[in-house]
Design a protein around this ligand. Sequence first.
Ligand SMILES: [Zn+2]
Length: 101
Amino acid sequence: MGVQHKYTRVKNVLTIILPTVWASFAGYLIWYVTSAKRNVTITLEDANTLWKIHKNSSNCTGHHWQPISRRGGKIFGFRCECGYKYTQKRPLVSSMPKPCK
Ligand SMILES: [Zn+2]
């Protein structure tokens, strides 16, 4: 009788915990997917190249640029001396044109 009582208690606890575990797991998965989409990071070299492109494409007189970074030191854009601000919205690879077949 005592063992059975213990078992039903464990079962009750599991029915409470399992949906919570699944909910938090699903929440983590959604957070991971959305954060991966939002925070597109580039390297310092990429930012430098993009700044050079900006300098060439627009009549920019700036000589300096600052990387735009968030917590963790990851760069996702740059700010030019002229006031131009660039933030990477999509990964560099997927923004490249697809080869024609
Ligand atoms: Zn500029």
